[in-house]
Ligand binder design. Sequence first.
Ligand code: CO
Length: 167
Amino acid sequence: MALLRLRKDEDPILRKTSRPVTVFDKKLRTLAEDMIETMHAEFGLGLAAVQVGKLRRMLTYDLYDDTGPGVLINPELISSEGTCDGVEGCLSVTETRGYVERPQKLVIKAHDLDGNEVTIEAEDLFARVLCHEMDHMDGILFIDKMSRIYVPEENEEDEEFENGEEA
Ligand code: CO
């Protein structure tokens, strides 16, 4: 396992479109393990491969509960329901956090590391993380979608958001 270098801010790769994964081999598994290690080292909730310089449609997540860590490859949104406003940060965007509207609930189809098709249902924070990471695969950052910047001093009593939540 190895820590990977995070791409940040003005790095042009963050604006590129990632390619679908077609080969499910040992190399892909190693990348997934390294991405999880890198995500954990930064206390991230999610990480897209492009954030470590790999233009592959692949993401890792961990909500630090009993659902993770997990890996999703070639994720596709099947359906979504409702909306939910919440604060996001990103391991690739230094300092800024902001409010982004995301679906409250969604269903995603993806592949696992063996190339098997999986269906994932996600709600609330999990749905938010998955949308955030899927946007990365199309070169979209949360700052493109945020309605306003989050200022911590104005939200000292905001219990919904803990400062470590970045994806
Ligand atoms: Co991000």
